[in-house]
Design a protein around this ligand. Structure first.
Ligand code: ADP
Length: 261
């Protein structure tokens, strides 16, 4: 392919960051940001000695500020690097801190790439054990640029069990393979809804599509997160479920994923 024949540009680690884990998806709206946020919190909860950061490079639709209940403009360090904003013990940086909340990102490709470059290179993370990166959906310039510019320990791919989402997740997995980023596994999200009244279980988007895709691609399924009102409400109120309801089954599902990456 074109990507391969041009070879990989030289990757440079992000200063102070030991391991980078990217969270990706083929399609939007499948729960990628929710997974990234709860994964970051779960990594911290599983081992309190670890320093965790969360970088939102979903430049067109940054969700991290709202999900992590953070607002404001990053301060600059003496060496002119942006200082991450902190909540629930997680250092966060997002395009959302740099532009107005309601301002649409109507940018040409080059401007997007320079914003991504800034988010990758001009942040003072201090020392981090893990940096969780919330990618934009799909397999575009931003994903390629992140994958080619920094060493990535692994990618987690989020999908619903629906065919159309899985098709795009498949493409995402292939992209990472082409740029030599190890795919850690798939997270199946929104697989089952249990009626809170009658307890009947419904597989709204299908039952085990991600499991089938994992078999096809010889990947692990890292977790299976149900469609649950608490997960949505927790995200919308900026109190992610791993932080606000750590004893819930839903939080435990994220904690198990964190234990595997
Ligand atoms: P993406 O990053 O893939 O666009 P988000 O993480 O923003 O997706 O999730 C889209 C919406 O679905 C959000 O409102 C989020 O709170 C909700 N959501 C994600 N996962 C779940 C889940 N397992 N149960 C209920 N709501 C969910």
């Amino acid at each position: 392919t074109q990507i391969m024949s041009r070879g990989l540009p030289k990757q440079k680690p992000i200063e102070g960051v030991k391991q980078v884990i990217v969270v990706a998806s083929g399609k939007g709206g499948v729960g990628k940001s929710t997974t990234a946020v709860n994964l970051a919190l779960a990594l911290a909860a599983n081992d309190s000695s670890k320093a965790i950061g969360l970088l939102d490079v979903d430049v067109y639709g940054p969700s991290i500020p709202k999900m992590m209940n953070l607002k404001g403009t990053p301060e600059l360090s003496p060496s002119n690097l942006m200082r991450p904003l902190l909540n629930y013990g997680i250092a966060c940086m997002s395009m959302g801190f740099l532009v107005e909340e309601t301002a649409p990102v109507v940018w040409r490709g080059l401007m997007v790439m320079s914003a991504v470059e800034k988010l990758l290179r001009q942040v003072d993370w201090g020392q981090l054990d893990y940096l969780v990166v919330d990618m934009p959906p799909g397999t575009g310039d931003v994903q390629l640029s992140v994958s080619q510019n920094i060493p990535i320990s692994g990618a987690v791919i989020v999908s619903t069990p629906q065919d159309i989402a899985l098709m795009d997740a498949h493409k995402g997995a292939e992209m990472f393979r082409k740029v030599h980023v190890p795919v850690l596994g798939l997270v199946q999200n929104m697989s089952v809804f249990q009626c809170p009244k009658c307890k009947h279980k419904t597989h709204i988007f299908g039952a085990d599509g991600a499991k089938r895709l994992a078999r096809t691609l010889d990947l692990d399924v890292l977790g299976d997160i149900p469609l649950h009102l608490d997960i949505r409400e927790a995200s919308d109120t900026g109190q992610p479920i791993v932080f606000s309801q750590p004893e819930s089954d839903e939080a435990k599902a994220y904690l198990r994923i964190a234990a595997e990456v």
